[in-house]
Design a protein around this ligand. Structure first.
Ligand code: 5AD
Ligand code: FES
Length: 347
């Protein structure tokens, strides 16, 4: 697909034609990554953040959030529950912190998770901890993490600047993606879809960006309002509804254009529709990140409003998800890392 074709599809509104697009993407998915859904149990270990992104509910200027950092013990307990539930992989996510105390803490936690079973090394670890130095990325990699998610948020540097305060840098973020690759991680990135001021041309360029940067994993989802953020006022209800469809189109087009990468059906899709993630799987996604954060912390980690599963615990989410995935005829790859086929082929 070339840029103009991607743009045409992003503008398409005819439900029959869109159905064709999703079916086509699903066929590409089956051919390249099969019908297995891989789980990454996500632990949102802290909402303390030194950044101030204009869209995000845990930005440092939001004084209405109570801040937390899970203890090492709590993180290890959640990790054990992932093992018990046969999730093959974890994602550790948090607000961004670059101080040495935090860097040491994460390194220690990663090492201990990797040592959890006598069989050792049974959980794959993805980190989603923001922009760090090469040294930090290297230390966490050496400790045992092997995948890293760092969304570029938008590949349009102008738009990036509008959505972030002046001390945030698009080029530094880009550079982090390069460094992650150099260190040896499977590199994931992604964008928010339906941001104010964002055009379909921007979104098409996002997909071309993923390809150009040889990205292994994609995590992207609709932009959702958080009322305590400056951007909240500029978005209307009907745009919200359009965003679900736009999110599905982006997954489908990314699958068709990149073929063999891992693509997540993100929680943000589920926030817009109860069955949003299943729709994502049927449009080409193959990864789901069930929340395994302890229920007592979930309400403090709201990057956007209407975040689902705030009151459910990890095992409830597991049962709910397995039913949902059964219902669309897909299989769950329990106890497997489910690495990006694109990455594995390069090796
Ligand atoms: N709506 C949707 N996604 C958001 N994120 C942050 N704030 C929002 C929001 N209001 C996403 C960003 C970030 C990821 C962890 O969550 O893309 O990289
Ligand atoms: Fe949490 Fe369905 S995934 S209740």
């Amino acid at each position: 697909m070339d840029r103009s074709e991607i743009i045409r599809w992003l503008k398409e509104e005819d439900p029959r034609r869109l159905k064709e697009l999703y079916l086509r993407a699903y066929a590409v998915k089956l051919k390249n990554v099969g019908n297995h859904v891989f789980f990454r149990g996500i632990i949102e270990l802290s909402n303390i953040c030194q950044k101030d992104c204009l869209y995000c509910g845990i930005r440092k200027s939001n004084a209405r959030v109570e801040r937390f950092l899970m203890s090492k013990q709590e993180i290890l307990e959640s990790s054990k529950s992932a093992l018990d539930m046969q999730y093959g992989s974890l994602v550790l996510q948090s607000g961004e912190r670059t101080d040495l105390e935090f860097v040491d803490f994460v390194e220690d936690v990663v090492r201990e998770i990797k040592a959890l079973r006598d069989s050792n090394n049974s959980l794959g670890i993805t980190l989603s901890l923001g922009e760090q130095t090469q040294e930090t990325y290297q230390r966490w990699f050496d400790a045992g993490a092997h995948r890293y998610l760092l969304r570029i948020e938008t590949s349009n540097s102008k738009l990036y600047e509008e959505l972030h305060p002046a001390d945030h840098s698009f080029s530094e973020r880009l550079n982090c993606l390069e460094v992650l690759r150099k260190v040896g991680y499977q590199v994931g990135t992604g964008v928010m879809i339906g941001l104010p001021y964002q055009t379909v041309e921007d979104l098409a360029d996002d997909i071309l960006f993923f390809k150009d940067k040889d990205i292994d994993m994609i995590g992207m989802g609709p932009y959702l309002v958080h009322k305590d953020t400056p951007l909240a006022e500029s978005i209307q209800e009907d745009i919200r509804k359009k965003n679900l469809e736009l999110g599905l189109k982006m997954i489908a087009l990314t699958r068709i254009h990149l073929q063999d990468v891992n693509i997540a059906a993100t929680t943000a899709l589920q926030a817009l529709s109860l069955s949003g993630r299943e729709m994502g799987l049927q449009s080409g996604a193959n990864i789901i990140m069930p929340n395994i954060t302890h229920t007592k912390y979930r309400k403090f980690y709201q990057l956007y409003e209407d975040k689902p599963c705030l009151d459910e615990n990890a095992s409830l989410c597991r049962d709910c998800l397995s039913q949902r995935i059964d219902s669309i005829g897909e299989e769950i790859g329990y106890n497997q890392w489910g690495d990006s086929p694109h990455f594995l082929k390069k090796r």
